[in-house]
Design a protein. Structure first.
Length: 245
């Protein structure tokens, strides 16, 4: 019996050491991502922004109706798009790890960063009882909803954008809403988002009305996303009532 206990203790100690090494390796990876993101922002993007401003000043000295100015403005529009995409990629590097109960924090950070970039008001709402989410599921949900946020900020031409998380018992439901121009046809990228959602037994729906806005809804079954099973709210209320008695 003593040998069995010692063996079990040794196995547990080995597992703890492996988990600690993996944790520290993840921290080093995040630190490197932050270093690279900071370097790119402080050098490449800032230099590109400076060049765009210089070309704009040159364009303003050209005749307003000249073909050269029209061509230069078209090039500058394309450069602005490239710059915005670069900022999005840097945001992906700098965002905190979206695991467990940090999913909402990571999404809030993404929304705030996009608000600063595009100067569009953003707010986040949380309802229900927040609960830790499985790490793999959290990363997948973050990737899907961040893409929905980027699409809203970049293409919706909205005056406000909202992200909500509803921690229900049966489902964790995430929504991105905007009051922008809406869509008559979904971009091709949403097909890939639906495939990513289906891979974790979730559903992704897009509701859009022209000139009124768009809502992207991700519903993930609680049994596959929560770290611990959640009892229906009425049961939890009855259990609490019985304990008080």
């Amino acid at each position: 019996m003593l040998l069995a206990c010692l063996a079990a203790g040794a196995v547990c100690l080995l597992c703890l050491r492996r988990l600690r090494r993996a944790y520290h390796a993840r921290l080093r990876q995040l630190a490197e991502r932050e270093r690279v993101a900071t370097s790119l922002h402080d050098t490449l993007l800032q230099s590109m922004q400076g060049m765009i401003l210089r070309f704009q000043s040159v364009g303003h000295r050209m005749a307003a109706d000249s073909a050269e100015r029209a061509a230069l403005e078209q090039i500058l529009d394309q450069a602005d798009e490239v710059l915005a995409e670069g900022r999005h990629q840097i945001l992906a590097l700098r965002v905190p790890l979206a695991d467990g109960d940090r999913l909402s924090q990571a999404l809030a950070a993404a929304g705030q960063a996009l608000q600063e970039t595009f100067d569009v008001p953003f707010r986040m709402l949380i309802s229900g009882d927040p609960a830790p989410v499985n790490g793999d599921r959290a990363e997948q949900m973050y990737a899907i909803m961040r893409e929905a946020l980027v699409n809203a900020f970049q293409h919706a031409r909205a005056s406000r954008i909202e992200l909500s998380l509803d921690y229900g018992c049966a489902f964790l439901t995430l929504r991105v809403r905007d009051n922008g121009r809406g869509m008559t046809q979904l971009p091709a990228g949403y097909a890939a988002l639906r495939e990513r959602a289906a891979a974790m037994a979730a559903s992704l729906d897009v509701l859009s009305v022209p000139r009124q806005g768009t809502e992207v809804i991700l519903k993930v079954p609680g049994e596959v996303c929560y770290q611990t099973p959640r009892a229906p709210r009425r049961r939890r209320g009855l259990a609490a009532w019985l304990r008080r008695g």
